[in-house]
Design a protein around this ligand. Structure first.
Ligand code: NAP
Length: 276
C-alpha cells in the first residue's frame, strides 16, 4: 500500500515487538525501510523480533526494558539513540492480560495489568515526546488499544479499564503535542489469533479457526500483517493530518450487538477459577 521507502532512515520503536502483533507491526515497518528497535523484557522475545525484521531485509536491535519503570525507559531510549539514532515513531504495543472475574483479581494482578498498559504507555510516550521536543523534531505515537476500551467486557475489568485510559490519553496527548509536531493515534484490534497467545485463544485447527470466524461479521479473524498495514499507514506521512483518533480494525465485530443476543453466560462460567 505504501512506498517501500516510506520510513527509510527513521528509527521506529515497538514495545512488545518480539511477539505476536507487535512483531507483525515491527515487520511491516521494516518492510517499508524503517530501522526497528524492539523493546521488551525477555531475551527470547528480543531474538524473535529482531530475526523477523531482519528476514524482510531491514535492520533491527532489541533493548531490554520493563516499561513500568520510567528510569529504565530513559536508559533504553539513550541506548537506542546511541546505537541507531533518535526514535521518530513510537508504537506502544506491550500489554499484559489474564481474563478473570473482577472479584478474583488481586491488587497485584490489577496493578500488573494497569501498570503495563496505561502507565507504561504514558511513561514511554512522555519520554519520547520530551526528546522530540528538545531536538525540535516531529514524531508519531501509535497506541495499541482494544475494542473493549469502549464497551468493557466480562473477565477484562483491569485490561478494559487500562485500554479505556489509553484511548483517552491518545486524545489528550494529541491536543497537547500537536503544536510541536507530534501526532498521537490509536489502533484497536479485534480478534487476531497468533502463535504467541495462550493455547486457549489460538486457532490452530481448521475447526477452531472456522468457529472463531463464525463469530465475526466479516466472516474471518484478522491477520497480524493487516494490523501492521494499518499501523504503518497511521504513522506515515499519508496520515499527516490525522491525530487523536483510534481506528478499530475488527471486521465490524464490536458493532454486531443486537436487541436479541445469544444466551448470556455469567463471567464465572466463561472464566473458571485459575489453578494458581
Ligand atoms: P502478546 O503476544 O502477549 O505480547 C505482549 C508483549 O508485551 C510481549 O512481547 C511482551 O514482551 C511485552 N511486555 C509485556 N509486559 C511488558 C513490560 N512490563 N515491559 C516491556 N514489555 C512488556 O500480545 P499480542 O496478542 O501480540 O497483543 C499486542 C497488543 O494488541 C496488546 O496491546 C494487546 O492488548 C492488543 N490486542 C491484541 C488482541 C489479539 O487478538 N491478539 C486483541 C485486542 C488487542 P516481554 O515478555 O519480552 O516483556
Amino acid at each position: 500500500m505504501l512506498p517501500r521507502d516510506t520510513f527509510a532512515g527513521q528509527v521506529v520503536a515497538v514495545t512488545g515487538g518480539g511477539t505476536g502483533l507487535g512483531k507483525a507491526i515491527a515487520v511491516e515497518f521494516g518492510r517499508l525501510g524503517a530501522t526497528v528497535a524492539v523493546l521488551s523484557r525477555k531475551p527470547e522475545h528480543h531474538q524473535a523480533g529482531v530475526a523477523a525484521v531482519e528476514a524482510v531485509g531491514a535492520t533491527a536491535r532489541a533493548f531490554g526494558v520493563d516499561i513500568r519503570d520510567p528510569d529504565a525507559i530513559a536508559d533504553a531510549f539513550d541506548a537506542i539513540e546511541g546505537q541507531l539514532g533518535p526514535v521518530r515513531v513510537l508504537v506502544n504495543n506491550a500489554a499484559g492480560n489474564f481474563p478473570q472475574p473482577a472479584e478474583d483479581i488481586s491488587p497485584r494482578g490489577w496493578r500488573a495489568v494497569t501498570d503495563i498498559v496505561l502507565d507504561g504507555t504514558f511513561f514511554c510516550s512522555t519520554e519520547f515526546a520530551r526528546r522530540c521536543q528538545a531536538a525540535g523534531q516531529p514524531g508519531v505515537i501509535l497506541n495499541i488499544a482494544a475494542t473493549y476500551a469502549w464497551t468493557g467486557g466480562p473477565g477484562t475489568s483491569h485490561s478494559a479499564a487500562a485500554k479505556a485510559g489509553v484511548v483517552n490519553l491518545t486524545q489528550s496527548l494529541a491536543v497537547e503535542w500537536a503544536p510541536t509536531g507530534i501526532r498521537v493515534n490509536g489502533l484497536a484490534p479485534g480478534l487476531f489469533p497468533h502463535e504467541d497467545v495462550p493455547v486457549q485463544m489460538r486457532a490452530d485447527t481448521p475447526e477452531g479457526l472456522a468457529s472463531l470466524a463464525r463469530t465475526i461479521p466479516a466472516g474471518r479473524v484478522g491477520q497480524p500483517h493487516e494490523l501492521g498495514w494499518a499501523a504503518t499507514y497511521l504513522c506515515s506521512p499519508y496520515a499527516a493530518y490525522l491525530s487523536g483518533h483510534t481506528l478499530v480494525l475488527d471486521g465490524a465485530n464490536w458493532l454486531r450487538r443486537g436487541l436479541r443476543m445469544p444466551d448470556f453466560v455469567p463471567v464465572r462460567e466463561q472464566f473458571p477459577p485459575r489453578a494458581d
